[in-house]
Design a protein around this ligand. Structure first.
Ligand SMILES: [Fe+2]
Length: 452
């Protein structure tokens, strides 16, 4: 072949490559996002000692080390094993150890025994993360457009999955530290322990309307946020801010925990069995309420939103107050015009902000947001809506179809995100869900009522 024809052939190959190879900008954007989120997991672990990574303080809690490895397993199982030619797992047993609940991906280790796993060590789990990250780099550095079209949605799902586990890692380590009489500090306090003047709770009225509920398909969303559909939302009012610790103490002092008339039957059973007398992490000392926070043990601040309450407690509080919890449709309608901003994980406070401070800050926001304070961030807000499929919802085939659909039973929807949720993980249509007795997430209360 002559020099000229070699050059021509090279040009043809280059032209074909530029047609079929994924654009550098697209790959770089995706990889930058991937590494940014993976790195935030490492940021959360700053200050933890190897001993902290292994404890499982109750079956709902997973050890930090397990979160590190399981989020990594997700990328290995659903991307590398499927799309990287010749990929072989360095430790095949991790497939069993770090599968959470995906039956279609094979057998799995028992969830309640995760704290018994001293091996792999923390160092080995970190090495596993680094190894999978470099394989993802390798896969994406040499990928054609068609393959990237297949890989990208799963990679983005994996990124959001990791963000969900970042929140769990935070709430799980809080539960672990709370068991320790030394009350370890996860982050130095960034917020004042002083109670400040609390703005009055007002009720914002909404007229009856038929509104679009669910994600509109622009950008990422979980499958449970769709299909978008029309829903009739009768007239209602929504509280201007979350319920505070001070208000919740009034419920406690009015014997709220011992008066059956406020409680659902299942809630009343739970309260008595568990001997609940206050939110999780609260203790009474010398006549005053104290609570364990990620910044240590400290007096309850009356101007902060109450948190670590179950659905049962939220519902009982609303009954005591003579009102109710909102439906998820009312919540989504009210939040549809609010800016998604607030106290999220990125601020690294990891505790709800006082309603006085938040209201002062939000006075600078656009007019439509001034009525509803702290609707995003701080605390997840329990709704009275059972977690069930929207009209037309279909579970996707395969293992990833197990992500959301199979949990649509015996759980309630929560909205708005918390101080442990990442801002970049939040959407107005986001549906979180937990069983009604769970309290270890940053869960709180916003009241609603029917027209007067
Ligand atoms: Fe997971």
């Amino acid at each position: 072949m002559s020099l000229a024809s070699t050059e021509a052939a090279t040009e043809i190959i280059a032209a074909e490559r530029s047609d079929s190879y994924a654009s550098t900008a697209r790959v770089e954007r995706l990889l930058a996002r991937f590494h940014q989120i993976r790195n935030f997991t490492n940021v959360l672990c700053l200050g933890l000692e190897p001993e902290d990574y292994v404890v499982q303080s109750m079956p709902d809690v997973s050890p930090t080390k397990w979160h590190l490895a399981h989020t990594t397993w997700f990328f290995e199982t659903f991307i590398l094993k499927k799309f990287l030619p010749g990929y072989r797992a360095e430790v095949p047993e991790y497939a069993y150890l770090f599968n959470s609940y995906y039956n279609a991906a094979g057998d799995m280790h028992r969830r309640d025994l995760r704290g018994l796993i001293s091996r792999p060590t923390v160092k080995e789990a970190q090495r596993y993360r680094a190894s999978i990250d470099s394989h993802i780099d390798a896969l994406l550095s040499d990928i054609d457009e068609k393959l990237l079209d297949q890989v990208e949605p799963i990679l983005v799902l994996g990124i959001h999955h990791e963000q969900q586990h970042q929140e769990l890692l935070t709430t799980d380590i809080k539960h672990v530290f709370a068991q320790n009489p030394l009350y370890p500090v996860f982050r130095k306090p960034k917020i004042s322990a002083e109670s400040s003047a609390i703005p009055p709770q007002r009720f914002i009225e909404f007229e009856q309307a038929t509104v679009a509920i669910g994600h509109d398909g622009r950008g990422f969303a979980y499958d449970n946020e769709g299909p978008r559909h029309q829903a009739l939302v009768p007239a209602f009012s929504l509280a201007s801010r979350p319920v505070t610790n001070g208000e919740y103490i009034a419920f406690i002092e009015d014997n709220g925990y011992t008066r059956s008339e406020f409680w659902l039957s299942l809630g009343w059973m739970t309260v008595n069995e568990q001997r609940w007398q206050a939110p999780l992490y609260w203790t009474k000392r010398d006549g005053a309420w104290w609570n364990f926070t990620l910044s240590g043990f400290r007096p309850v601040n009356k101007s902060e939103p109450v948190t670590h309450v179950s659905y049962f407690e939220a519902d009982a509080y609303a009954n005591w107050a003579g009102v109710r919890l909102p439906t998820e449709f009312e919540w989504e309608r009210a939040a549809s015009e609010c800016t998604i901003e607030g106290n999220f994980a990125e601020s690294e406070i990891f505790h709800p902000r006082s309603v006085a401070v938040a209201s002062a800050v939000s006075a600078d926001r656009p007019a439509q947001n001034q009525h509803l304070h702290q609707i995003f961030g701080d605390v997840w807000e329990w709704t009275r809506s059972a977690y069930s499929p929207y009209p037309g919802y279909r579970v996707a085939p395969g293992a990833l179809g197990e992500y959301n659909g199979k949990f649509m039973c015996n759980q309630y929807v929560l909205r708005g995100g918390s101080c442990a949720t990442s801002r970049s993980h939040m959407r107005r249509t986001y549906r979180n869900f937990f069983q009604p007795e769970k309290r270890w997430q940053f869960t709180g209360i916003r009241l609603a009522r029917d027209p007067q």
